[in-house]
Design a protein around this ligand. Structure first.
Ligand SMILES: CC(C)(COP(=O)(O)OP(=O)(O)OC[C@H]1O[C@@H](n2cnc3c(N)ncnc32)[C@H](O)[C@@H]1OP(=O)(O)O)[C@@H](O)C(=O)NCCC(=O)NCCS
Length: 165
C-alpha cells in the first residue's frame, strides 16, 4: 500500500483535541512560510487555543463536523465545517511523511456537508492555500482581512464550491 492509502480519515473524538492543536501549530508554523510573518503565525496559533472550548462545544452539539486525518497512529491534520451555514471552517495538515491528507480531508468534509444538507461550501482561504483550493474545484473570490488577536490582521481570500445543483 502507498503512503496515501495509509491515511485514515475519521470523525474527531473528544480525546483528539491535543493532536488537533499540535497539527494546527505545526501546519501554521511550517506550511505558511513566505506568506505570513512570525507575529501573525503566533497570533493565529493563539486564537485557535483561545477558541478551543467553543470549538469543542460546537462539535459536541453537532453544529460543527470535525474530521481528523491519521497517519501511522498520529493525527496529521483536521478539517471542520458547519453544514447548516454552508461553511468550510478549517483545514490544516502538518508536515508529515505522507502526501494527500489535505485533499482526502477536503473531499471527506464536503461529502459529510452534502449528507447534512449543504448545497455549497464557502470559507476563507489563507494566501498560501489558494492554489490548493482552486485545484480542488473552489472559485476564488474577494481578498479579505480579519483580526486574529490584539489588532494583528490576517489576509485571505473568500473561496466557494458548489456541491449540489
Ligand atoms: C493547504 C493544506 C491543507 C494542503 O494539505 P496537504 O496535505 O499539504 O495537501 P495534499 O498533499 O493533499 O495535496 C493535494 C494536491 O494539492 C497540491 N497542493 C497542496 N498544497 C498546495 C499549495 N499550497 N499550492 C498548490 N498546490 C498544492 C498538491 O501538490 C497535490 O497535488 P496532486 O494531487 O497533483 O499531487 C496544507 O498545506 C496546510 O495545512 N497548509 C497550512 C495551513 C493552511 O493554510 N490551511 C488552510 C487554511 S484555509
Amino acid at each position: 500500500m502507498d503512503k496515501k492509502s495509509n491515511i485514515i480519515i475519521r470523525p474527531a473524538k473528544p480525546e483528539d483535541w491535543s493532536g488537533i492543536l499540535k497539527a494546527h501549530h505545526d501546519a501554521v508554523m511550517h506550511k505558511t512560510s513566505g506568506h505570513y510573518t512570525q507575529e501573525q503565525k503566533e497570533a493565529w496559533i493563539e486564537s485557535m487555543r483561545t477558541d478551543i472550548d467553543e470549538r469543542k462545544e460546537s462539535v459536541q452539539k453537532g453544529e460543527v463536523i470535525a474530521l481528523v486525518a491519521e497517519y501511522d497512529g498520529h493525527i496529521v491534520g483536521f478539517a471542520t465545517s458547519s453544514p447548516s451555514r454552508n461553511r468550510l471552517l478549517q483545514l490544516y495538515v502538518a508536515p508529515a511523511p505522507c502526501r494527500g491528507a489535505g485533499k482526502k480531508l477536503l473531499l471527506a468534509i464536503e461529502e459529510k456537508a452534502v449528507q447534512s444538507g449543504a448545497m455549497f461550501l464557502e470559507g476563507s482561504s489563507t494566501v498560501n492555500a489558494v492554489e490548493f483550493y482552486r485545484r480542488n474545484g473552489y472559485k476564488i473570490g474577494q481578498f479579505n482581512e480579519r483580526e486574529l488577536t490584539r489588532g494583528i490582521l490576517m489576509q485571505g481570500y473568500i473561496i466557494r464550491k458548489q456541491l449540489k445543483l
